[in-house]
Design a protein around this ligand. Sequence first.
Ligand SMILES: [Mg+2]
Length: 314
Amino acid sequence: MNEKYNAVLIGCALGDTLGMPVEGWKKAQIEKYVKRITKPIGPVLLKDKDGKLIEQDEFGKLKYFAKDLRRGDITDDTILTLALAESIVENKRLNLEDIAKKQANEYTIRLRPDRSCIGGFGGTTMEGFKNLLNGIPYDKSGIIGGPGNAPAMKMSPVGIYMNEMVSYNEGLEKAELIGKITHLDPRSIVSGIVQAHAVYSLLNNYSRFNFLEALARISDKYERPPKSEFKLYEKGTLTSRLNWIKDNKDASVQEAFNYLGNNSLVFRSYPFAVFMFQKYWDNPIEGLLETVNWGGDCDSTGAMYGALSEQKME
Ligand SMILES: [Mg+2]
């Protein structure tokens, strides 16, 4: 079991670092400039003849979130996952105040003199951390920002905790509160709860069918109805998209991409990672590489996927 726990964390880091150099790129851009990512590489910085970064090509914008990083570096996905894991190990419980403190500290130590931050932290996450650093308590620091995927990308250690401490219900409750430290969008919050359950379920050897059925069921149980105060609320719930995967589990990756998308909005990236994981159920390494090479928020889809690969340890 300890090896499986390690595999959750290593899988997260591996997916993160594989996607890091091309975060935000389209599949066609990765194919054009990198061909295929099959191992960790350094940032890919495309420059024009004057040495300036090329910010646009025929496929769209080109982003360089990783320009200060090096081959094998991790980003916010793994940084915040490890902060959560370290808090659990140190406290031997889910201590929300300490989790909030440790996560905000990871942001503080990466601030540049101009107040921007190394590591690719999302906008909503940073606003939540700023609230914490200004003395606002962890149960009031979350904001209604974009429906980001940070709760899902960092929640895997809670799934380990639920298994090791035999604390399933407590884990789901605390996953909700951990998500709310930064995010108040109901889809973001429920993504963290679902990912905690997902890691737990795979440590307990759920079948592919049971895995998918339970993800949709847990999401439905915990997801609050969308309200107009939340950005892009009309784009759908996480539950509806997890149900789509359950009903279309053998769809092609292209069909899943067309329906789900894979950018950093949680109702796109998290279901895309789940779809890919269950599609490549018996071949997780190939599936992880394929997920990253589909681009989008591919350090996070890689991290969320990678954290699920532990049941393949035998
Ligand atoms: Mg990242």
